[in-house]
Design a binder for this molecule. Structure first.
Ligand code: AMP
Ligand code: MG
Length: 533
């Protein structure tokens, strides 16, 4: 039995009882060394590590829907017990927190052991036939913290907390957020890596997923030629997350790889649809379940631009730019294939699956773009129509979200450009030749729509389920961060509620359906993000 004080100072009894499971730690080998010291960890999938006690923890926001999925009531989320659990200040009875050991390819290079440097897994909760892993991000150092402190700052925590839930409501596979809290401690960060470190508010996000395993968890054992543990981990993953594939065997490992490939591609197609750029698609940030994971220097396309990346660390090569995400997904899957190869010992089926990814990408990307355009019949010129649109969208800076959302109101080519007035960042940049190109595209689109049999109203309804009206524009998160730095957390909730219905018209929130304001164009946090978090 646990207690919390309501604002009326009345002590209320809260019995936050969770249905705890330990499948991960019971089935997988633990690091024998129990010290929380930084080191190379071998022959283990994880190391036990307890979260750090914090000065003055304060819960700022809770995802009530996620809490409910774990069997936690709203009332319980207001208790001191909940606060202490989600900030690492208390350990749930009979649980043993741990950090996972993984490696990864970062920006195309092998980086060796990385691991949960600032993530601590608390426990598993089974509820309504689902098994959820509960993890804290920013709760202190672990054996994998390397040269860093294991902590997280408020700005990056707000970004992760809001974006994961926003992605969920957009229908994009993702890890979820349960809570956002202040640790009460200060954290030193050099945001621009220019020798100007400053103290910021420390924060902790509790996040939830059926699994936090990454490609890198498999890569580390293959790299160390530790085939015993590679098999133990892969078998666990299949038995617990891909049970429908059957008992682990060489054939199952192949189907496992096939399914991870499909899920990864599907996730990336969703990213392309909504204009999400992950920013750091290193193999340690690729979930084995095909979920969007590790919200760091991510960003949302404002002007449609295949070459855009929000991550300043990647400014030179733009490896993780919007238009390259599908290729990187494939590159990362090659690394996973290499890691699983020793269990399969036959390259051919793996190569075939990777080859198939390319064909599937073409086909799925095309189908996705067709829904964005409201094209439900088939026409041989559709591919060209789409490619032309993608080219035209890059002629002058054109807001992706506004363009596609407004496109569902299209009725005739003559009004095409007028319909898109709000999508163009600089109307004066639309020269006569550009206007001509747009008019010609709208004409083709108008003619193409004649092939469709559904009414304009029906088409609009369908298109509006593929083209969100509200996304977490980079400047919106930054506004919430700027307010939070001043101690005002209201905007976090406003955005959280707004983004729960991204496809719906919300007349009272129309102000968020607008281009990025000019002040945000080159502002740190809005268009420029570093990995410093
Ligand atoms: P990321 O780029 O955020 O996915 O992080 C890459 C690696 O660095 C992972 O192993 C993280 O756990 C680790 N890492 C990032 N930030 C910190 C930090 N503040 N303290 C300790 N480890 C960190
Ligand atoms: Mg990461």
């Amino acid at each position: 039995m646990y207690y919390y004080r309501s604002t009326a100072k009345k002590v209320i009894q809260v019995n936050m009882k969770l249905n705890i499971k330990n499948t991960f730690i019971e089935n997988l080998p633990a690091d024998k060394n129990l010290e929380n010291s930084r080191r190379q960890v071998e022959n283990a999938v994880y190391s036990f590590a307890n979260p750090k006690q914090t000065q003055a923890p304060k819960v700022l926001h809770v995802s009530a829907e996620m809490a409910e999925k774990l069997g936690i009531s709203i009332e319980e989320t207001k208790s001191d017990f909940f606060k202490n659990i989600v900030t690492g200040n208390e350990i749930y009875p009979n649980t043993k927190p741990f950090a996972m050991c993984y490696a990864g390819h970062q920006f195309g290079n092998w980086a060796g052991q990385l691991g949960d440097g600032r993530a601590i897994n608390l426990f598993e909760v089974a509820h309504q036939n689902k098994n959820w892993k509960v993890q804290l991000k920013g709760a202190g150092e672990t054996p994998y913290s390397r040269t860093a402190d294991g902590l997280a700052v408020l700005r990056s925590s707000i970004r992760e907390y809001l974006c994961a839930e926003a992605m969920f409501y957009l229908g994009v596979p993702t890890t979820r957020s349960l809570s956002l809290s202040l640790s009460g401690d200060e954290v030193l960060r050099d945001v621009l890596y220019n020798g100007n470190p400053a103290y910021e508010k420390g924060a902790i996000v509790s996040r939830i997923s059926p699994s936090f395993l990454r490609f890198g968890n498999f890569e580390i054992f293959a790299a160390r030629n530790d085939l015993k543990n590679l098999k133990i981990l892969t078998d666990y993953t299949i038995n617990h997350h891909f049970k429908h594939l059957g008992a682990p065997s060489k054939t199952t490992y192949i189907s496992f790889f096939k399914e991870v490939t499909t899920r990864t591609l599907d996730m990336i197609i969703h990213w392309q649809r909504v204009g999400f750029v992950h920013g750091v698609m290193n193999t340690d940030n690729m979930s084995i379940l095909g979920l969007t994971i590790d919200y760091g220097p991510y960003g949302w396309l404002e002007g449609f631009d295949f070459g855009w990346t929000p991550n300043t660390t990647d400014r030179q090569n733009k490896r993780y730019r919007y238009g390259n995400q599908p290729n990187i997904g494939l590159w990362n899957l090659y690394q996973l294939a290499n890691a699983l190869y020793p269990l399969i010992e036959d390259a051919k089926p793996l190569e075939e699956i990777l080859e198939q990814y390319k064909t599937d990408f073409q086909q799925k990307s095309f189908a996705m773009m067709k829904t964005k355009l409201g094209l439900f019949k088939d026409d041989e010129n559709d591919l060209e129509l789409i490619q032309q649109l993608e080219d035209d969208l890059q002629l002058v800076e054109t807001d992706m979200t506004i363009f596609f959302r407004n496109l569902s109101n299209f009725t005739n080519a003559k009004l095409g450009l007028t319909l898109m007035q709000d999508a163009f960042y600089d109307l004066t940049a639309i020269s006569k030749p550009i206007e001509k190109r747009w008019n010609s595209w709208f004409k083709k689109y108008e003619e193409r729509l004649l092939l469709e049999t559904i009414s304009n109203t029906e088409r609009k309804q369908k298109m509006d389920t593929a083209n969100p009206k509200y996304v977490l524009r980079n400047y919106m998160a930054q506004l919430a961060i700027d307010n939070a730095d001043k101690g005002n957390y209201d905007l976090i909730d406003t955005l959280f509620q707004l983004l729960k219905k991204p496809y719906e018209e919300q007349p009272e929130n129309e102000k968020w359906f607008a281009k990025r304001p000019e002040w945000a164009r080159n502002k740190v946090g809005c268009s420029m993000l570093s990995c410093s978090s």
